[in-house]
Design a protein. Structure first.
Length: 564
């Protein structure tokens, strides 16, 4: 056997170049790795300078914590990092980087200079070259600067496969835009060429965040989107969801972030497409900027060197939660087109006190919020059956004006009737919308009830209840519920259904009546909410039992007992 066929260890420099092939695809990859390092260092201002579309120069400077002088050579050696200390931490990674591969890979295919200073250092220290180079003192404020020159100078084949300067510059711009959308609290100051720059100051308020999004995604997107915020126990979804009629020909405004990291995931993409199903034409694309915050141990980011791909511990659950939340938001917008508004337009002030509507799921503190634009006047109006809402009384009654006079409406009873009809229609047409529960609710049952639940599981599922039977534990797990019953005490509701089965009231009609009885009572806190409900009540007549005419005779009768 010749020596060339023997197994041998690769030279370190060659190993780093091979690793660079996975991590460093183009100049934009270098920008991503360096900026993520700055973010992990706690920087709140990052300065990026590009020359020659990144082929000639990439310089990233930050005001983060800096690197200890003794650690500078380690920063350029493989598998050295300050972000990971044990294998147990792999399931709880919060930092953007952790592999310890980026800087040594970059230094192996470029001319790299690293300069850094910590707050308690008398001066900065600089390292030029690789981990074997000597460090020297330098002038530099607190933070770190990485200067990358002549990228792929020693890999002519790789340079040959790079695209035009314009294309590579666009890739860098796209990368920086994604990073800027992921970290609103950080200012980004980017000079991509003599004629192209991106200045994004830190965005701490909702309005400032919308201004940043408008710079990146365009004002048309932010002015035709819904701001959503929804919690499922320890999972939070928030962001901007493009209206169904604001679809686009390309996927250029589709950003999804998990724990501050931009990702591309088939589960997420499919869930979003399913939420928009039948709402946008074939071949068109939805627009969104969405953020999912999830416990670190529920998602694995250690899947691919670029960390764009993730693996969920329960992908089916995440898919269901995301689809349900987005469908609910889009349905809300469709039902109340004028009242349920987009995110406030650029330049408008926002106030959570007068713009939010919430729904809650039982005791799991799950809530859903859509920003609702404040009315320009104190009196909301509608041209529907019940006229113009004038005033709200005791968060239950509303006085409205119609052509023939005035009406007094019991909103609580009206909404109950509306919800009963919606629920009944959904059951009759097999279109009942369900909502998964993040942490299934356990309900203890006896053997007889367990048998009934087993026998009638299909019937219960047709009513929107997915129950997981656990005979060995004498328990049922409630996994999903009808969306209309989201605010109900689920244990009480399911117990009532099972008791009905036990009492031989096994018909679907009887069980539906129980669902009617458990429909939640929704408080009406603002006149705009009352107006929105009145629009949905247009199918009813003013002779409904919860509506009274306030004519002269009715008003006089209220005071008829007063002696003259």
């Amino acid at each position: 056997m010749s020596d060339q066929q023997r197994i041998h260890a690769l030279p370190l420099h060659l190993a780093n170049q091979i690793a660079a092939g996975e991590v460093i695809e183009r100049p934009a990859s270098v920008v991503k790795e360096l900026v993520e390092n700055s973010l992990d260092a706690g920087a709140d201002n990052i300065f990026i300078e590009i020359e020659g579309a990144g082929n000639k120069l990439i310089r990233v400077r930050d005001n983060g914590v800096g690197i200890h002088p003794e650690d500078l050579p380690l920063a350029l050696s493989r598998h050295a990092t300050s972000k990971l200390h044990s294998s147990e931490q792999l399931s709880h990674i919060a930092s953007l980087g952790f592999r310890g591969e980026a800087l040594p890979s970059i230094s192996s295919v470029s001319r790299l200079t690293l300069t850094s200073r910590q707050a308690d250092s008398e001066c900065a220290w600089q390292l030029a070259g690789d981990e074997n180079s000597a460090i020297s003192p330098a002038a530099h404020p607190q933070g770190t600067t990485l200067e990358i020159r002549d990228l792929f100078f020693n890999l002519p084949a790789r340079r040959h496969f790079l695209r035009s300067n314009k294309t590579e510059q666009n890739h860098i711009l796209t990368t920086l835009q994604r990073l800027a959308l992921s970290q609103f609290s950080v200012g980004f100051h980017c000079q991509l060429s003599t004629s192209t720059s991106l200045k994004l100051p830190a965005a701490m308020t909702l309005e400032q965040q919308q201004q940043r999004i408008a710079k990146i995604c365009g004002k048309n997107f932010i002015n035709n989107s819904l701001y959503i915020e929804q919690d499922y126990a320890d999972i939070k979804l928030n962001g901007w969801l493009g209206k169904a009629d604001a679809h686009r020909p390309q996927t250029d405004v589709q950003y999804f972030f998990i724990n501050g990291r931009v990702i591309r995931d088939r589960v997420i993409t499919h869930a979003i497409r399913q939420a928009y199903n039948d709402k946008i034409p074939a071949g068109r694309q939805p627009a969104y900027v969405l953020y999912l915050t999830i416990p670190l141990d529920r998602v694995d980011i250690n899947v691919h060197p670029t960390k764009h791909e993730v693996r969920f511990r329960d992908a089916r659950l995440i898919h269901g939660l995301l689809t349900s939340a987005l469908q609910e938001a889009l349905s809300h917008q469709a039902i109340a087109s004028q009242q349920s508004q987009p995110a406030p337009k650029i330049g408008q002030t926002t106030s959570r006190d007068n713009k939010q509507q919430s729904t809650h799921i039982a005791e799991h503190n799950t809530h859903y919020q859509i920003s609702a634009q404040p009315s320009s006047t104190s009196t909301a109006s509608t041209n529907g059956t019940f006229g113009q809402a004038l005033t709200l009384i005791e968060q239950r009654y509303v006085i409205t004006r119609i052509t023939e006079g005035s009406l007094l409406i019991d909103l609580q009873q009206a909404e109950q009737q509306l919800r009963r009809q919606q629920l009944q229609h959904a059951i009759d047409t097999d279109t009942l919308s369900t909502r998964p529960i993040l942490v299934p609710i356990s309900l203890s049952v006896d053997k007889h009830t367990m048998l009934l639940a087993t026998q009638h599981q299909t019937l219960l599922e047709s009513l929107g209840f997915q129950l997981q039977l656990q005979p060995q534990l004498s328990a049922l797990l409630i996994r999903s519920i009808p969306s209309l019953l989201a605010q109900t005490d689920l244990k009480v509701l399911v117990s009532s259904l099972l008791n009905a089965l036990s009492d031989r009231q096994r018909g679907k009609v009887s069980l539906t009546l129980i669902l009617h009885q458990h429909l939640p009572v929704i408080a009406i806190n603002q006149l705009e909410q009352a107006t929105q409900l009145l629009i949905q009540l247009n199918e009813f007549s003013i002779d409904a039992p919860w509506c009274r005419r306030l004519d002269q005779q009715t008003l006089n009768s209220l005071f008829s007992s007063i002696s003259r």
